[in-house]
Design a protein around this ligand. Structure first.
Ligand SMILES: *Cc1c(COP(=O)(O)O)cnc(C)c1O
Length: 410
């Protein structure tokens, strides 16, 4: 079961897609003089840029592609170190490796996002960028992360894939760093089945990102081949059918967020003040509201709670936790480890071990995700409600949690 946007695929998406198919023009490039060109991708980019309060948005083939594109556009390459949190989707790590750079893992704190203190401790003279990941809809502590990054001259790339629509201190996530990546896969706040986008306020970075997303083309929207192409691209283009779905979805985003936040507040109000756990720290009330996380006082309580409601602790959420990313575990950056293109990874010799982030391990072993909008067993959020749940269902889920809490605390 997917994320909230997928639950709300309906007439609007159908109409946008039919509009494209009737015109028969499926490429993102076209002339506004051509009545068959419906410019859905461009419209989506413009509307999302406006929503995100940034100058530029570029639709690409996925969140992973967006991350790779941003790193390449920012000039991250061999020998550079990029600091990433140990709790994130594996794609954050793989994007760094595709850029032939070295991922350096940082601890998370009780917000389940990057611990700013550990970020600062992990900085070396080779550190080129940091990727704060707004996990489970919760924005990172952007005040502190931006302050530390600026002080050390480190570029910030926001991984906003799980937090589309969230804001921090009144500003949308993705508008803080040099660039930001978003995903439209089916588990995210809004979806086009697959796809993603990147945002930036920097004209030069946008030009490079656009070029990289095609075959070096400049951002000339008709797609005519003008000028010399100095960048080698990798084709991450999105077609008009995906653009049509994404356009309908971005228009639903404010309503999706309203419902998620209201449902989460209802769930939370029923559980507040009960003993044995506290809620994950939320860095800003502008979070998405997709997931409610309980952090138990002990690992044993968390385990017993999971048995009662039939779920698992966040530590067991597969490729979201560094300790389960077998792709990188027990490998050294300079000897046994190659980037996914089979190129050697240059840099300091870093070995990835499944116990290298004790603070992250301890927090995740005590954490339990309850679904509010993203129902995903792989996120350890198979239990809870979805965006279409009625008030009674929300109360029923809350009652189930309360009963389980009473039992394990007895
Ligand atoms: C989903 C996700 C990605 C990757 O997005 P895709 O569209 O699946 O490629 C990257 N980072 C995070 C944190 C994600 O949750």
């Amino acid at each position: 079961m997917p994320g909230p946007g997928a639950f709300w695929i309906g007439e609007e998406e159908i109409n946008e897609v039919v509009d494209v198919l009737k015109g028969g023009h499926l490429s993102r490039y076209g002339s506004y003089d051509d009545p068959n060109f419906k410019h859905k991708v461009i419209s989506f980019e413009e509307e999302f840029a406006k929503f995100s309060e940034v100058k530029h948005c570029l639709a690409v083939s996925g969140g992973t592609s967006a991350l790779i594109n941003c790193l390449v556009s920012m000039g991250v390459g061999p020998g550079d170190e990029v600091i990433v949190p140990g709790y994130t989707f594996v794609a954050t790590m793989s994007a760094v490796l595709f850029a032939k750079a070295v991922p350096i893992l940082a601890e998370i704190d009780e917000s389940l996002t990057m611990d700013p203190d550990d970020f600062e401790r992990k900085i070396t003279p080779r550190t080129k960028a940091v990727i704060p990941v707004h996990m489970l809809g919760n924005p990172c502590d952007m005040d502190r992360i931006m302050e530390i990054a600026d002080r050390h001259g480190i570029m910030v790339l926001e991984d906003s894939c799980q937090a589309c629509g969230a804001s921090y201190k009144g500003r949308p996530v993705g508008s803080f760093g040099k660039m930001s990546a978003f995903s439209l896969n089916i588990f995210k706040t809004i979806t086009a089945g697959d796809g993603g986008m990147l945002t930036t306020n920097d004209d030069e970075l946008f030009k490079r990102a656009f070029a990289f997303h095609d075959q070096g083309h400049l951002p000339y929207r008709a797609g005519a081949e003008i000028g010399g192409r100095t960048i080698i691209g990798m084709n991450q283009r999105v077609n008009e059918v995906s653009g049509a779905v994404a356009l309908a979805q971005v228009r639903k985003l404010p309503r999706i967020l309203d419902v998620l936040r209201k449902n989460k507040a209802q769930l939370k109000s029923r559980l507040g003040g009960l003993p044995g756990f506290r809620f994950r720290r939320i860095n800003d009330e502008g979070e998405c509201g997709t997931i409610l996380t309980l952090i138990f006082d002990t690992e044993e309580l968390a385990e017993r709670f999971c048995k009662e409601v039939g779920t698992k602790v966040v530590y067991e959420s597969g490729w979201h936790v560094y300790a389960h990313m077998e792709q990188i575990l027990n490998k050294c950056t300079t000897s046994s480890f190659k980037c996914p293109y089979e190129c050697p990874v240059y840099g300091r010799d870093v070995r990835y071990r499944n116990d290298m982030l004790p603070q992250t391990d301890a927090i995740l072993k005590r954490s339990v995700n309850i679904s509010v909008g993203v129902v995903d067993g792989a996120l350890a959020a198979g239990f809870g409600i979805n965006i279409n749940s009625f008030e009674e269902e929300i109360d029923e889920a809350a009652d189930q949690v309360v009963r389980a809490l009473r039992k394990i605390m007895a």
